[in-house]
Design a protein around this ligand. Structure first.
Ligand SMILES: Cc1cc2nc3c(=O)[nH]c(=O)nc-3n(C[C@H](O)[C@H](O)[C@H](O)COP(=O)(O)O)c2cc1C
Length: 328
């Protein structure tokens, strides 16, 4: 009771889940995250790209000594991959021996077959679940929306067969029919859907004709998109829902629970405000529940989701007609 809830089949003491990021790749910070009162943590993702980059460095360093040995490249590839994965497995083991909240491993999946052995190793290392951080930019003109969706479905099928761990799928909003896709993927036996991931964005330097990264962290303005889709998707899916992207104030946690999230993911606010944000958000949630006479989250979760609240039909509204916005 109180602010406890469920996440990927586990009872957790707070609906705040610290999302995958640099903060969750360090054991000392992970301990502080638990002390601050987070309900669960998702470790920094292991990226296929990261392995390839380190492999390229190793190939450069060792190529002189291996020249003339055609099997050398394969050796370096396997060795590098093994090293990167071993480091990650150590992080899982350290996290599990130091924390009592659920620890979810995260993998950036592009090809499922690459990750099957890793998923097994993560399970053996004690991870409480796997989050698939999946995204392909739907930019390939030869791919239909069915092709793009099948890519997600196939990976979920394959990973599900390889592990008995609960699976969370983290997605973006780049789907032509987001609600239908969310529903379809939730029927494939995932435990949790995490909306939304955030992506690298580039700006253009008009003097040097270079590109450079912008908006690494979210801003509070992004919350409203998350509230809308949480209110629309939450009544339609058959698994639990984690909502995030734009959470920067303690009240935002309450808003996303009202919109139908089971748990709320926080990352950028922790970079900006420090881990005390978790303490303040939990306190705010408790005091708000007391003021409104709620003794458990289930009493109000989804109260503002579409289909449950007439006023929530506002989340379907998209055009700025004067009648609604008050501005011509
Ligand atoms: C510095 C940084 C690193 C991140 N690294 C990852 C990552 O490795 N894997 C992942 O799934 N998401 C990653 N994310 C995305 C976050 O987990 C989260 O989905 C996103 O930032 C939206 O939440 P927020 O508004 O609370 O920041 C990262 C975000 C930031 C700001």
């Amino acid at each position: 009771m109180g602010i406890s809830t469920k996440f990927m089949g586990y009872n957790i003491k707070s609906p705040i889940v610290v999302g995958s990021c640099g903060l969750t790749s360090n054991i000392e910070t992970l301990k502080k995250i638990e002390q601050a009162g987070a309900g669960a943590v998702i470790l920094k993702s292991l990226f296929e790209e990261q392995i390839t980059q380190e492999m390229n460095v190793n190939v450069k360093v060792y190529s002189a000594s291996f020249s003339g040995y055609p099997e050398a490249y394969h050796y370096i590839e396997e060795h590098t991959k093994g090293e990167v994965i071993s480091k990650y497995i150590k992080l899982i083991k350290d996290a599990k021996s130091n924390l009592s909240i659920p620890v979810i491993a995260s993998v950036n999946c592009i090809t499922a077959s690459e990750w099957l052995p890793f998923v097994k190793m993560a399970e053996e290392a004690g991870a409480d679940g796997i989050e698939l951080n999946m995204f392909i930019l739907p930019s390939d003109i030869s791919l239909s929306h069915e092709d793009v969706e099948r890519f997600y479905e196939d990976i979920v099928h394959i990973i599900k067969r390889a592990t008995s761990l609960p699976i969370s799928l983290k997605i973006s909003y780049y789907f032509s029919s987001l609600t239908r896709f969310a529903q379809k993927i939730s029927w494939l036996g995932i435990s949790n859907l995490n909306i939304f991931n955030r992506f690298y964005q580039s700006d253009i330097n008009i003097d040097t004709f270079d590109t450079f990264p912008v908006n690494i962290k979210s801003s509070h303005d992004e919350l409203y998109n998350t509230i809308r889709w949480t209110a629309i998707i939450s009544p339609e899916i058959r698994c639990s829902l984690t909502a995030g992207n734009g959470v920067h104030k303690a009240d935002d946690i309450i808003k996303l629970l009202l919109a139908g999230a089971d748990t709320v993911q926080v990352v950028s606010a922790l970079y900006d405000e420090g881990l005390n944000f978790i303490v303040e958000a939990n306190n705010k949630l408790e005091s708000w529940m007391k003021e409104k006479n709620f003794t458990s989250i289930s009493q109000f979760r989804g109260k503002m989701a579409v289909k449950k609240n007439k006023d929530a039909s506002a989340f379907y509204r998209v055009q700025f007609m004067r009648y609604y916005s008050g501005i011509e």
